[in-house]
Design a protein around this ligand. Structure first.
Ligand SMILES: *[C@@H]1O[C@H](CO)[C@@H](O)[C@H](O)[C@H]1NC(C)=O
Ligand SMILES: *[C@@H]1O[C@H](CO)[C@@H](O)[C@H](O)[C@H]1NC(C)=O
Ligand SMILES: *[C@@H]1O[C@H](CO)[C@@H](O)[C@H](O)[C@H]1NC(C)=O
Ligand SMILES: *[C@@H]1O[C@H](CO)[C@@H](O)[C@H](O)[C@H]1NC(C)=O
Ligand SMILES: *[C@@H]1O[C@H](CO)[C@@H](O)[C@H](O)[C@H]1NC(C)=O
Length: 497
């Protein structure tokens, strides 16, 4: 009996050892093959890059606040090669994406100092701007005017346009490729500024719907169409609305685009949609946006807070569009006619025109019959863009990704990641003073604002205007592009983990 047991024991041990050896052998072989293919892969990508390395002086990233490597994801090498063909994304290609110095903006060489908040560099740039606005005023004005023409002339040859304007035409990382973002951009003027914004956020895997105000000049619309026609994933909204300030039409413009974006979701499976206007500019790279959106854990993100008393009359009374006789009104005019209760069973919340909605939320907004009546009910309210989205976001749990109506779920504009705006009344107390110029109570950023802006968690900031401070836009643009390239290189050199 005993002998029998020990024989079986020995056999079992032998068997176990054999299996262990086999597993170990296979694992080692596997790891080895992974390592060599990854090494080959890196060598291909870096060969060209390394030979030019000495010419690169990228802004050093602070590794402490660079959470690029937090997420670890196992991709098999086959997947990597499939999603990320090495013959496309080369060091040469990445190098070709660095922006050339702009001969029109001489002080821009100090951009990285400006971003670090270096006082001297900021003052020099501000002096440059003053100089431009006086001595060279006429000449520079002409330059800005010619920018529009240049853009249009360039867009006549799409491949040349995309290459010379350095559009990113290859998805830079498999992670970004697998996480498309949809955009709504509502604009009514300034083609050159629109083109810059588009270039700053353009990625071939994303989807872009441009809503052009129906009353914009035909030349503006055709210019935007010309640029859009250069890209398969950029299009002008199929239904254009005449947008009136503080009227529901501002919301309609977004909805027109949401409909088109939803209809095209079988082509681009976008995860979240972000709406922008012409004077917004990104503060984050596309990869950082993807990470930010993943960190929302399926919630939408937008300003939504308990309506302050003074904003309640916006929907307690009917408002009408001003007529030509209403010389005193450019905004919606209040009447004495009371409105009915909102068709939603949650209270009204305040917010802003800007949202980050996930696809399921958009689908619900476009199809839910109660939301349809809610939207209709808002057609005679004042500035409904500032309460529709904020209210829907609390229509819990009906709207996917929404928050419960409890006040604890309020989110103000600094807590949400959607849009960073410096309001006139609040600066110095809430945030550093506007270093640019106030236009209608909102800061149009100057170079002195950049170092603070870039330390916030928001994906976009408003307002940037090339016509008012070209240095701020130029600097931010260059910095973001460099950061994009650095992050891509870091991503690749860490073996896609
Ligand atoms: C990745 O794969 C390795 C080896 O197969 C494993 O040890 C590790 O836990 C995996 N990591 C994740 C995040 O799945
Ligand atoms: C566009 O520009 C490229 C590069 O300069 C050139 O090869 C091509 O012929 C141009 N296409 C047209 C239609 O002009
Ligand atoms: C197009 O926009 C108009 C407002 O300009 C709106 O009344 C209409 O319902 C929209 N059409 C579609 C098909 O969405
Ligand atoms: C416009 O405002 C002025 C001054 O406040 C007032 O005198 C005038 O009657 C107003 N006009 C109309 C049409 O309301
Ligand atoms: C971006 O990189 C280029 C090339 O290395 C460098 O000349 C430039 O100063 C950098 N700009 C910024 C804003 O970091």
């Amino acid at each position: 009996m005993l002998r029998h047991v020990s024989l079986r024991g020995a056999l079992c041990t032998l068997y176990a050892l054999l299996v262990l050896w086999l597993v170990g052998y296979c694992l080692l072989r596997y790891l080895d093959s992974t390592k060599t293919s990854l090494q080959d892969h890196h060598r291909n990508v870096f060969e060209n890059y390394n030979s030019h390395k000495t010419q690169f002086h990228f802004l050093q990233l602070d590794d402490d606040d660079d959470n690029l490597h937090k997420e670890t994801k196992n991709l098999s090498i086959q997947e990597v090669q499939l999603k990320h063909p090495t013959n496309q994304l080369s060091g040469d290609y990445l190098r070709s994406l660095v922006f050339h110095p702009n001969p029109h903006l001489p002080t821009i060489s100090m951009c990285s100092d400006i971003i670090e908040g270096d006082k001297e560099a900021i003052e020099t740039s501000q002096l440059g701007l003053l100089e431009m606005k006086s001595t060279f005023f006429q000449k520079k004005l002409e330059m800005f005017a010619s920018l529009e023409e240049d853009v249009l002339k360039a867009a006549q040859n799409c491949s040349l346009f995309k290459r010379s304007r350095k559009y990113i035409e290859i998805p830079l990382t498999p992670e970004e490729k697998a996480y498309p973002i949809a955009y709504v951009i509502t604009i009514h003027k300034q083609v050159a500024m629109f083109e810059r914004l588009l270039r700053a956020i353009y990625q071939p895997q994303n989807l872009y719907c441009i809503h052009v105000d129906k009353k914009s000049p035909a030349t503006f619309l055709s210019a935007v169409e010309k640029i859009s026609n250069c890209f398969e994933n950029v299009f002008v909204a199929s239904n254009l609305t005449d947008v009136h300030y503080t009227h529901f039409s501002r919301v309609q413009a977004d909805i027109n685009c949401l409909q088109d974006l939803a209809a095209k979701r079988n082509i681009v499976r976008w995860k979240y949609v972000i709406n922008l206007c012409g004077l917004d500019y990104p503060l984050k790279t596309n990869l950082e946006m993807v990470r930010s959106l993943k960190n929302l854990h399926g919630y939408n993100n937008l300003e939504t807070f308990t309506t302050p008393a003074h904003k309640k009359q916006r929907y307690l009374f009917r408002y009408v569009l001003p007529t030509d006789n209403d010389v005193n009104y450019s905004v919606m005019r209040k009447t004495d006619i009371s409105k009915s209760q909102s068709p939603l069973d949650t209270p009204m919340f305040a917010g802003s025109a800007y949202f980050i909605f996930k696809y399921k939320a958009v689908e619900c907004i476009l199809t839910d019959p109660v939301i349809k009546t809610f939207l209709k009910w808002n057609e005679d309210t004042y500035s409904p863009d500032e309460h529709i989205w904020g209210t829907l976001q609390r229509w819990y749990p009906n709207l996917p990704g929404s928050f419960p109506p409890h006040i604890k779920y309020d989110l103000n504009e600094l807590q949400s990641i959607t849009r960073l705006v410096k309001w006139g009344g609040m600066d110095t107390e809430v945030y550093p003073k506007c270093a640019g110029t106030y236009v209608r109570g909102v800061c149009v950023y100057g170079v002195g604002d950049l170092s603070w802006l870039l330390r916030q968690h928001h994906l976009f900031a408003n307002k940037f205007n090339f016509d008012i401070d070209p240095f701020a836009v130029e600097c931010l643009d260059r910095w973001l592009r460099n950061r994009t390239i650095v992050q891509t290189l870091k991503y690749i050199s860490n073996g896609f983990v």
